[in-house]
Design a protein around this ligand. Structure first.
Ligand code: PGA
Ligand code: ZN
Length: 432
């Protein structure tokens, strides 16, 4: 068995130009792995806590303290440990000791955890997804179906729109590569269409467009026009998805949709969303209610749960406890999986496994502030997750993951399966 010989760390930059943590883990024999962690903007309160310096540098967002925790606390403790991700993660958790990883910082812990995972896969001379497959005990390798951001709003786009993400899911493609062909056609057609109508085509945090249009319905109509212009059939070739990020709409116990001029109770919010989903044949709805609006989630699930995918992001926060709570209450039917909500590779993989046991579809996801690190691509393939959400198809922090998946798909022809639209629960057909 190989051992950890050294752990290094740096303060580097993420895609929004704010500091983040990079760690490098070295093993016997000179094998190394390094990792950069992402950062959310529309974060939930149940996530593992990332450590920020809170001083005058970088508007308080420096991560020097997290880097020092790696250099002076984590590194000495990890030296000599077996090169086994479960053992390493266990020591990291013990060392932190807090329930939310606020002592050492989830950013410090996750950077070391992912870097360790990569170093071990190198030492064992296996692709990263193979090592993850072993850790996850997965029985198959899967190329995930992408869910791709086209139009952004909310915290990712200066509130140009009330809802955070309008996405498309390529249903008809037979491979990941073909899926990106369809997505790319829509994305670039949408750009031309927006520009032709005099809208801005500047990109939001995840690389989606953010036209200052009349509201949610106009944004959906613009996206549908692009789909149509590409000759793609809604419901057959592609379908729409939304991430409402409703936690961030709550004002005084009601949902405030400023651009729509709406101020809704949970019941009214569910009515509003159901109507949109039915009209436009939306097949996946994320965070339609806020993280702690469990009654709202109950109403939403009763209304739509057997017709479409209802994804919990802030709701579950990639937490085993939150997932079990959700399953007991029968709310949502799918969960977003973000490694930095959990804080270690092991807990992320265990959350994926728990989702599958509970009958919830896991969806591996990037963050709005991300990096060139492509770990989540290997995570989805190795843990056999059928869907992935990376943002739009532009900007290098996004393409690092798409490109990694393109290479993996090529490497695994005849080995890994791609499920396309079959990865989703489908229900509505559009009534528009
Ligand atoms: P975040 O957004 O990374 O800013 O939290 C992503 C999402 O809500 O899915
Ligand atoms: Zn979300």
């Amino acid at each position: 068995m190989m051992h950890v010989t050294e752990v290094r760390a740096w303060e580097v930059l993420d895609s929004r130009g704010f500091p983040t943590v990079e760690a490098e883990v070295c093993l016997d024999g000179g094998y190394t792995g390094s990792a950069l962690v992402p950062a959310g903007a529309s974060k939930g309160s149940h996530e593992a806590v990332e450590l920020r310096d809170g001083d005058r540098r970088w508007l308080g967002k420096g991560v020097r303290k997290a880097v020092e925790n790696i250099r002076y606390i984590i590194a000495p403790a990890l030296k000599g440990l077996n090169a086994d991700i479960r053992e390493i993660d266990e020591v990291l958790l013990e060392m932190d000791g807090s329930p939310d990883k606020s002592r050492l910082g989830a950013n410090a812990i996750l950077a070391v955890s992912i870097a360790s995972c990569k170093a071990i896969s190198h030492a064992r001379r296996m692709p990263l997804y193979r090592y993850i497959m072993e850790v996850a005990g997965a029985s198959a390798l899967t190329i995930p179906t992408p869910m791709v951001n086209m139009i952004s709003g909310g915290l990712h786009a200066s509130w140009n729109l009330d809802i955070q993400d309008l996405l498309i899911i390529p249903l008809g493609a037979r491979s990941f590569r073909q899926a990106l062909d369809d997505v790319g056609a829509v994305y670039h057609t949408l750009r031309n269409l927006l520009s032709g109508k005099g809208f801005s085509t500047l990109l939001a945090d995840e690389g989606g467009f953010s036209p200052r249009c009349g509201g949610c319905e106009e944004a959906i109509e613009l996206l549908l026009a692009a789909v149509e212009e590409c000759g793609l059939a809604l419901g057959r070739d592609v379908a729409l998805a939304m991430d409402i990020a409703a936690t961030h709409l709550l004002r005084g116990g009601r949902y405030m949709l400023r651009n729509e001029g709406l101020y809704l109770s949970s019941e009214e919010m569910v009515d509003y969303l159901s109507e949109l989903c039915e009209r436009y044949g939306i097949i996946s709805l994320e965070d339609g209610c806020a993280e702690d609006d469990l009654d709202g989630w109950r109403i939403l699930t009763d209304r739509l749960g057997d017709k479409m995918q209802l994804v919990g992001d802030d709701l579950f926060a990639t937490s085993l406890t939150r997932l079990k709570m959700g399953a007991e209450r029968h709310i949502a039917n799918s969960a977003l999986i973000k490694p930095n909500q959990a804080g270690t590779v092991t807990e992320t993989i265990d959350a994926i496994k728990l989702c599958k046991e509970l009958g919830y579809t896991p969806i591996v996801s990037a963050r709005s502030g991300d990096t060139e690190d492509s770990f989540i691509a290997d995570l989805a393939v190795g843990a056999s997750v059928t869907q992935i959400k990376i943002g739009s198809i532009s900007r290098s922090e996004r393409t690092s993951k798409y490109n990694r998946l393109l290479r993996i798909e090529d490497e695994l022809v005849g080995v890994a399966s791609y499920h396309g639209g079959a990865a989703l629960r489908l229900g509505h057909s559009p009534t528009r």
